[in-house]
Design a protein around this ligand. Structure first.
Ligand code: PSV
Ligand code: MN
Length: 392
């Protein structure tokens, strides 16, 4: 068993300074195209989402920011929301643009052949930048549902040209302190070609934009079997890994709790991050969750997810790097792999419980939250109105 006192001061610092950003939409109802089940007490507006996110931070101590999705989190006065978040002990983080739900975007948004629709999608991003100026957010995250369903439906090349032009316009509207994060996804909603399907396409676009443009890696956005930690390394080497959207998947973009489907993959990703020195809070890599909770209670599910990332981080931090280097040097394949597996199989939960107690937190955040009465309170208070939902 590893104890807190076994960690070096550097390992301890990295662990205590780690933060994870929460998605506002994780607190709303979610489902599939078959059915969205409702849950009692679900937030009806961005203020209630922020209140729920603040609960996650209260019990984990590692989730101090909430990411907003526009227009899902549209509100008349973002200054007021910013103040409210501060009172709740959290800050507003990344602003996500949404140009995938209006009827106008049926044939694409930034890549649409109709200049009026393209302009509408650009304006939606300019509005997001305006929101960022009010919320104090530093990052604009763009994910596009753009693509085609049938070969010949549109010119792949023309769509790339339109995309590059539109991204330039958006990038230029950002201030020197703000950055653009371009997310990729291999398919869905488009089935034949997607305009930003992979890290290569995203990287080429951000390289063309400039230094403040970076790539967002959503762990659910790759074909099964993809070696995601290899991509992590490539993006780090290029200096363009801007953020993660963490979640886990069994099939496609399942958006399940990170670390639930494949904790070993999460450990391998965190290992690449740590080996590269990118866990440091100044590394420019933002660790975010992008999840939807269909069946499970949302606040404790976000707590569990944050803890899963923290556990994978702690396991990766305790890898015996000297033994690993020696085994690698001598081409001892079994020993090298053994060093990694030893760390992966180590139970770091007692160590993290110790860390929490030292920070004045309950050692078991999920249980402490469930005991707090918060769920009962919101179920009683949040009656009437329209519950927030993915797609609302
Ligand atoms: C798209 O599937 C995505 O991963 C993007 O990050 C969106 O903003 C988010 O999901 C919406 O749930
Ligand atoms: Mn995502």
């Amino acid at each position: 068993m590893v104890k807190l006192s076994d960690l070096s001061s550097e390992q301890r610092r990295l662990l205590s300074e780690q933060t994870i950003e929460l998605p506002s939409w994780a607190f709303g109802n979610a489902g599939t195209r078959f059915k969205v089940f409702t849950t009692e007490g679900v937030p009806r507006d961005p203020f209630e989402k922020v209140a729920d996110a603040a609960q996650v931070h209260r019990y984990t101590g590692i989730t101090p920011r909430v990411s907003l999705h526009i227009p899902w989190d549209e509100t008349p006065d973002f200054g007021e929301l910013r103040e409210y978040a501060k009172e709740q002990g959290v800050a507003l983080g990344t602003i996500n643009s949404n140009v995938f739900q209006d009827d106008d975007y049926k044939f694409g948004s930034l890549t649409n052949s109709d200049p009026k629709v393209r302009q509408k999608a650009i304006d939606a991003h300019l509005h997001c930048i305006d929101v960022m100026n009010q919320t104090g957010s530093e990052t604009l995250k763009i994910w596009l549902g753009d693509g085609t369903n049938y070969p010949g439906q549109d010119s792949i090349n023309a769509r790339q040209d339109r995309l590059a032009d539109a991204l330039q316009t958006i990038y230029k509207a950002l201030s020197d302190e703000q950055r653009l994060l371009l997310e990729y996804k291999f398919f869905e909603p488009a089935f034949y070609s997607t305009d930003v399907p992979d890290w290569g396409t995203s990287l080429l676009h951000v390289l063309a934009l400039g230094e403040r443009a970076v790539v967002c890696l959503d762990t659910g956005h790759h074909a099964p079997g993809t070696n995601i930690e290899f991509i992590v390394n490539q993006l780090l080497r290029a200096g363009r890994l801007g953020a993660f959207d963490f979640n886990s998947r069994f099939y496609a973009d399942d958006d399940l709790m990170v670390g639930a489907a494949d904790p070993f993959q999460l450990f391998r990703i965190m290992n690449e991050i740590i080996q590269y020195g990118a866990l440091d809070k100044d590394s420019g890599v933002n660790f975010m969750l992008d999840q939807c909770h269909q069946l499970e209670e949302k606040v404790p599910a976000e707590i569990r997810s944050a803890l899963n990332v923290q556990e994978a981080t702690a396991k990766a931090l305790i890898i015996d790097t000297e033994a690993l280097a020696a085994a690698q040097e001598s081409h001892d394949v079994l020993a090298a792999n053994g060093v990694l597996m030893d760390a992966f199989y180590t139970d770091v939960r007692p160590l993290l419980a110790e860390l929490r107690e030292e920070q004045g937190l309950d050692p078991n955040p999920v249980e402490a939250f469930m005991r707090s009465g918060y769920l009962e309170k919101i179920r009683e208070e949040r009656v009437g109105g329209t519950q927030a939902s993915w797609g609302a």
